[in-house]
Design a protein around this ligand. Sequence first.
Ligand code: ADP
Length: 591
Amino acid sequence: MRRTSFLWVLYASYAVLILLTTTIAGVLLSRQQRQDAMAEVEQNLTSAAQLSRDVAVPREGENATRYQARIREAGVRAGVRLTVIDTTGTVVADSVEDAAGMNDHSTRPEILQASERQTGSATRYSSTIGTDMMYVAVAVPEGAHHVAFVRTSVPLTEINERLSQTRLLIAASAGIAALVGLLIGALFARLLTRRLTRLTKAAEALAAGEYELELPIGSRDEFGRLAVAFNDMARQLKERMDTIVSDRNQVVAILTSMTEGVIAVDARQNIVHINAAAAAMLGVNAADCIGQPVWKAVRVSALNEAADAVLETGSDDRREARITGESETRELELRTAPLRDSRGEVAGAVLVLSDFTDLRRLETVRTDFVSNVSHELKTPLAAIQALVETLIDDETIDPTTRADFLGRIAKQSRRLNTIVLDLLSLSRMEAEGKGLERKPIDLRTIVSECIELCRETSQKAGITLACQLPASPVRVFANDEAMKQLLGNLLDNALKYTPGEGRVEVRVSTDNGDAVVEVEDTGAGIEASHLPRIFERFYRVDRARSRELGGTGLGLAIVKHVALAHGGAVRVSSTPGKGSTFVVSLPLAQR
Ligand code: ADP
């Protein structure tokens, strides 16, 4: 048995109890045995003494030797020592000893008792015989007096022997009973320990997170009921844990899918959670940040200032932060709220980071666009206004100048019209985008048509206009007008920015599921620094030259949006002084 303290104490007390009980029972039993045996001996001695009362009276004419012999005989017959004592205490006869050699017996307790109450008994060591003896004396009456005492006695050696044997027997029985009791106790304790150990192990396993375990119920006793309750508890715990885990997973999934960055910190500003968006915004690894203080993990002062403020005041905070990365500066809106524990005390803070860099960029693009549009419209409008006012004010103006003025007014009006038409195309492309009406179109047809439209212009400019078309159709699912606009703009630019004697070539091919249209010219080319921006609205490398050539700065923006609206893309490669190639790729129509 393992000495688990509780069971050991229980078993030790049980053992002490068993030993104590058997010892007390043994002692009481042997005492009772002795008492019974003594009472029996006393009873026998009393009967023998009473029966011997007649024998003790000397017969008439009987001499002392004869009397002595009769007493001895009576003693042998009764199986006791028989002593006759007269009222003075002198031993008259004795069945075992010589009466003459025996001293005064008047003070013997049994004699004293018998002289008072007819009968007396005593147990003591007999110096005459040299052993423990029991004595019983009865008075021999004669009328109202008594004349002598008859005393019977036996040595207690035999009884003592018998009693010690009985005691031994009792001790042996008690010992066996105690041993059996202890053994049964040990067995029970072992059984109990085993069941308790099983329960303890199960509880430990449960504490370690093994919720699947099930205890065998075994019996219907308290242990069985405990096992049932335990299994119930484990099941409930598992259900609760499952709920907690699924709730947690849900929260994590929500946080992970959020475009806003979320950081939760504890009261000491150590990061408890950081979602993927926040890690990406701040350029850190989420796993490395957990458990780290904000200032150490993130190194954006606005963040720990916000957390500081919220942890101190317990109220929400809103501020903006700017994060300067390697390639760009991002603008963040930082909203911080306190996290409270069950007692309502501030136990941390949650920071929500919204990246409004793109929003701000869009705002800038919008305001730039409005100002660009205003500017673009203002120039021809101002020219028209000045010319018209001059024509109105000056009536003396000669017809040649008037005609020149009207021609300029017409040119500026056309320009205004072109700008407005381009703006409308662009806004239509942006607004409708993928919703444009489409049909399968063979790109070769569009290219041929557009080339034909430009033929005259190219001839006038002395530019060779060539095209390479594949033998089989190259079909895209597209809006006819938009495609024509895309190609028209690219061809228009190629012709505009290619000086005389140059060459413009259009090639149509397919590549990996895409239709590819390339417009190559041998023109002025574009400096690499401008390449990233030429598809922006109103962006022009040389503003004055573009205007002179009748450009609006919107052509390439329209090209880009048409390509995007059709799920395609446009790119450019250019070598200043040698020429440029614009490549548009569009997904081929599914058959
Ligand atoms: P624009 O109306 O001024 O031509 P675009 O948007 O069509 O406006 O083109 C933007 C700018 O890109 C032009 O101003 C020009 O500087 C440059 N560009 C466009 N196409 C070419 C080309 N084929 N060769 C050289 N430069 C070009």
